[in-house]
Design a protein around this ligand. Structure first.
Ligand code: ADP
Ligand code: MG
Ligand code: MG
Length: 911
């Protein structure tokens, strides 16, 4: 018979740590800890499959599984020597959610289950602590009410806070037994009013309702959002672990806490965590009371501290990874309630991986696999410029919870941050965050909270998302209604309103008013440099190049480890203000002669740009693409010109000057230029510019453009080569649909090259001519294209658009539908559509290499910086990927991981 319920406790367990799929991370690790003799309260885990069965079965757990659960409960009762619902000595339970992947705070947990009017009296007598018993009961009604009965937490909070106010009490633990009793009565009335039923007194009914609620919490909004963000599949479901309660809220030798075996922000190898005396469950993370640092536990409870330190050190050794653990101590006795591989920031991930290799805990290949490529992003972000910081006012130093510099406009609610982010960078400022803030945290560049510690919700989630975060900035006083905060700095009161800029440094915890400048981070030293060295060893000769149009970007790219330029978009050079007039003159020219005259003006500028690129990339290839966009992109908008035409007769001198600057002529010429621009704009108008007169189609109708660009490229090559520098020019023809277009353009480039290089006596200089593959027809006829191309570069932005018949700019109108309905797995313009576009790429590679086995093949679309797409390119047999400079290290790591994954595959095949 199939097993659905897995027991643990008393030194044995049905499951173990390898069973995360079935038991969830939490259930699997509780079983494992139990097996290893660690102090874990007994319990059982209802498998993840049951979550799916529950939904398929009309939100009901079938009888067989219900019976199996009954047996597991009987076993637990025997182990504990207590019975669920026993009036004198009740067994109390926690009902906990837990999927294969950790989703902190996204689903629900219910504590103290089994309490009712009767058992609470029993508990009070047994524990000889009436206050404790009522505290447990009121917590249970509250959690059960919210999670299982769907009553808004606000209603409970209102009753609770009113009581505190009335009794003039600040801290929860100061409420007396009588106060709690009164609160319980009000809670029960609330339940009756909201659900039209009494609060369920039958402990077994409570258990089943709680279990079902845990299953349902799999589909609550925040859990769904989190899964989408973290790319966790929806089908895997959550397990439900039912466990005997232990009590951290029974007095001053009791408490509860959470911790990490290393600092999850920086990665430093220090014991890290927080605890609260006389508290239960979420009290630590919820930021209700400010917890104490774990170091204090050594003083308060030395025995507990020592045991906890020992256990967690061993856990880290056994799991070979940093552990994130939860514990409770009851009357001086320690219990472990959870362990898992902890979430960490990018910098911490790198540092921990490197240090664990040095400690002999893991091998280098494992270290390289440990860091998600996207996590590097956080190490590559700019940091604050010190000089700029000095000009800002520092408000405070809060608790540094997640590193990195963030500059943005203050927003005081999650929705506010989402709205703000559409206008510019936002910083979410909250008293504390809750799981409902997830979308706002995601939209913000950084997060700042006034209360809470290093393991508060804000801190944990921000680290997981890689957002800079400062918590516990207690000096700021937030008025969420008025959308502002104030802070007293010295004798001044500073007010920050919604939309005002602030700068926060999650590495130091410093908060500033104003907008700081930032500078590039360093990747050349420290843990990252060492880590990347290992990654490059595994990557082998698979190259990573950068898309860069100007020497400054090329230098930045090299700094990040780029091995060449995979795409230089020459048109970006024409948009500069000093060049646009010549570009316009070229476009306005009605005959070849005047077009050539305009092009001649552009030639020296392009030559200078290319020379700069060659120098910056000395020793590496530089791929330069000839002109790609349709010409009207270089002209003013039609509407703009029409308005100007009407306005010109009445324009003031100042307005005329502005127009002249805009339209690239003198004030005197305006009268002639505006109508002729307008005329040309109308001539050039296209129904579908994306599919129109662009790419090589321009170079074919105006060969002199290609000629000028080739001349600029080779003259630049001569200049730099003559300085004794090694250069490798690669000229790329865009948007070909077959070999004929390439043949035509190639002839022009070759004849210019021959002339220029011959004149300079550099006929030996090796250069390459190749093409973009971005039209399906070019991919389908890649064998004949390769007869004329020495290299292919997949332009996957256009190739995706043309293969899918989908314009990237218009996709945003309905992308949400397509991705929510899972018609598309993910945005095909962000991550390559491997099934469709990928197939075309594979075919083109195969055909191309059939003609020309040494054909050099790369990718230069946006996808070149997306880790999944990089892995695809590696598997497909490309020679390199090319991406934006900032993504170069990410691509290097993704390629290394693809190489390692491939190695592993062949190994297991031979084994
Ligand atoms: P989450 O997945 O949100 O962390 P958990 O299931 O871990 O939820 O429960 C949250 C907290 O509830 C735990 O950290 C612990 O403090 C408390 N808790 C859970 N089970 C028990 C138990 N059996 N005894 C005492 N406290 C518990
Ligand atoms: Mg937990
Ligand atoms: Mg293109």
């Amino acid at each position: 018979m199939k097993k659905y319920v897995y027991s643990f406790g008393g030194g044995t367990a049905d499951g173990d740590k390898s069973m995360k799929d079935l038991l969830g991370g939490k259930g699997a690790n509780l079983a494992e800890m139990c097996k290893n003799g660690l102090p874990v309260p007994g319990g059982f885990t209802v498998a993840t499959e049951v979550c799916n069965i529950y939904f398929q079965n009309g939100n009901k757990v079938p009888k067989e599984i219900q019976d199996e659960q009954g047996q597991a409960l009987a076993k637990l009762e025997k182990l504990m020597g207590k019975k669920l619902g026993d009036a004198k000595d009740p067994l109390l339970l926690s009902v906990r959610s837990g999927a294969k992947f950790s989703m902190p705070g996204m689903m629900n947990t219910i504590l103290n289950l089994g309490l009712n009017d009767e058992t609470t009296e029993g508990l009070a007598v047994r524990s000889n602590n009436e206050r404790f018993a009522y505290d447990c009961y009121r917590r249970f009604i509250q959690m059960f009410g919210e999670v299982a009965l769907g009553i808004e937490m606000e209603h409970f909070d209102h009753i609770f806070d009113e009581k505190k106010k009335k009794r003039k009490i600040k801290v929860d633990s100061d409420l007396s037994a009588a106060d709690l009793k009164a609160i319980i009565e009000d809670y029960k009335k609330l339940v009756k009013k909201e659900t039209k039923k009494d609060f369920p007194q039958d402990a077994h009914v409570q258990l089943d309702m709680s279990r079902d609620a845990v299953f349902r919490s799999w589909n609550n909004d925040k859990a769904v959002y989190y899964r989408r963000m973290e790319k966790i599949p929806d089908e895997i479901g959550t397990a439900c672990t039912v466990q005997a309660m232990v009590f951290g809220n029974m007095g001053d030798d009791c408490g509860t806490g959470v911790g990490f075996t290393r600092d999850p922000g920086s990665g430093e190898n220090v014991f890290y965590g927080e605890f609260l005396i006389n508290a239960q469950g979420e009290d630590v993370v919820a930021g209700i009371r400010t917890p104490q640092a774990i170091a204090d536990l050594k003083k308060v409870m030395p025995g507990v501290y020592k045991e906890l330190r020992e256990i967690t050190t061993n856990l880290e050794k056994a799991y070979k990874d940093m552990q994130d653990f939860e514990f409770t101590f009851e009357s001086g006795k320690l219990y472990m309630l959870q362990t898992r591989n902890g979430k960490r920031t990018g910098p911490a991930a790198v540092r921990i991986a490197v240090e664990m290799v040095k400690e002999g805990l893991i091998e280098k290949d494992e270290a390289v696999m440990r860091v998600a490529p996207s996590q590097l992003d956080q190490l590559l972000h700019p940091v604050f410029d010190n000089a700029s910081l000095k000009t800002l006012t520092k408000i405070t130093r809060g608790i540094a919870a997640s590193p990195g510099a963030a500059v943005g406009m203050a927003a005081f609610s999650a929705q506010g941050a989402v709205a703000m982010a559409a206008k510019g960078p936002a910083i979410l400022v909250r008293k504390e965050t809750t799981p409902d803030d997830i979308a706002g945290m995601d939209a913000a560049k950084g997060i700042l909270t006034a209360v809470g510690g290093k393991s508060s919700h804000a801190a944990v989630v921000a680290r997981g998302m890689g957002r800079p975060c400062i918590v516990g900035a207690s000096i700021i006083s937030i008025d969420e209604k008025a959308k502002r905060f104030t802070a007293k700095v010295g004798d001044k009161t500073i007010t920050v309103k919604e939309g005002d800029f602030i700068s926060i440094d999650g590495t130091t915890g410093d908060v500033y008013v104003g907008q700081s400048k930032t500078v590039e981070p360093s990747t050349k030293s420290g843990f990252l440099a060492e880590f990347m060295k290992w990654a490059d060893e595994f990557r082998g000769d698979f190259g990573v190049r950068a898309n860069a149009d100007i020497p400054k970007d090329a230098k930045a790219a090299r700094n990040f480890g780029a091995e060449g330029i995979g795409l230089c978009r020459t048109e970006h050079m024409f948009f500069a203000e000093d060049r646009l007039p010549f570009m316009q003159a070229m476009i306005l020219a009605t005959d070849e002669k005047s077009r050539r005259a305009a092009l001649a003006k552009l030639l020296p500028m392009q030559r200078k740009d290319f020379a700069g690129l060659f120098e910056a990339m000395e020793g590496f290839p530089v791929v330069i693409r000839t002109l790609d966009p349709p010409l009207h992109e270089f002209l003013p908008k039609r509407e703009e010109l029409m308005v100007a035409e009407v306005k010109l007769p009445h324009a003031t001198a100042k307005e005329k000057k502005e127009m002249a600057a805009k339209f690239g002529c003198t004030v005197g010429e305006l009268k002639k230029t505006i109508p002729s621009l307008l005329h040309r704009v109308e001539e050039l108008h296209e129904m579908n510019p994306m599919l129109g007169h662009r790419g090589c189609r321009l170079g074919i109708t105006y060969p002199e453009i290609t000629e000028m660009q080739a001349r600029a490229i080779f003259e630049a090559a001569v200049i730099v080569a003559k300085k004794g520098k090694k250069i490798i020019p690669e000229v790329m023809i865009p948007l070909v649909g077959g070999y004929k277009e390439l043949e035509h353009q190639k002839a022009i480039v070759e004849s210019v090259a021959k002339e220029v290089l011959g004149k300079a006596g550099l006929t030996k200089l090796k250069y390459y001519i190749g093409t973009m593959i971005e039209i399906p027809r070019a991919a389908l006829t890649a064998d004949s294209v390769a007869e004329h191309a020495e290299f292919f570069s997949f332009g996957t932005n256009d190739l995706t658009q043309t293969t899918m018949g989908l314009s990237r700019d218009d996709y945003t109108k309905f992308n949400a539908h397509y991705e929510n309905l899972k018609i598309f797995k993910t945005d095909p313009f962000g991550s390559l559509d491997q099934e469709g576009v990928g197939k075309l790429i594979e075919l083109a590679i195969q055909l191309g290499r059939k003609t020309r086995p040494d054909l050099e093949i790369g990718i230069c679309g946006e996808h070149g910086g997306d880790p999944d797409s990089v892995a695809f390119c590696y598997r497909a047999g490309m020679n390199y990927v090319s991406c934006s400079p900032y993504r170069v290290p990410i691509a290097r790591l993704a390629a290394a991981q693809a190489a390692l994954a491939k190695g592993a595959k062949t190994e297991s095949r031979t084994a």
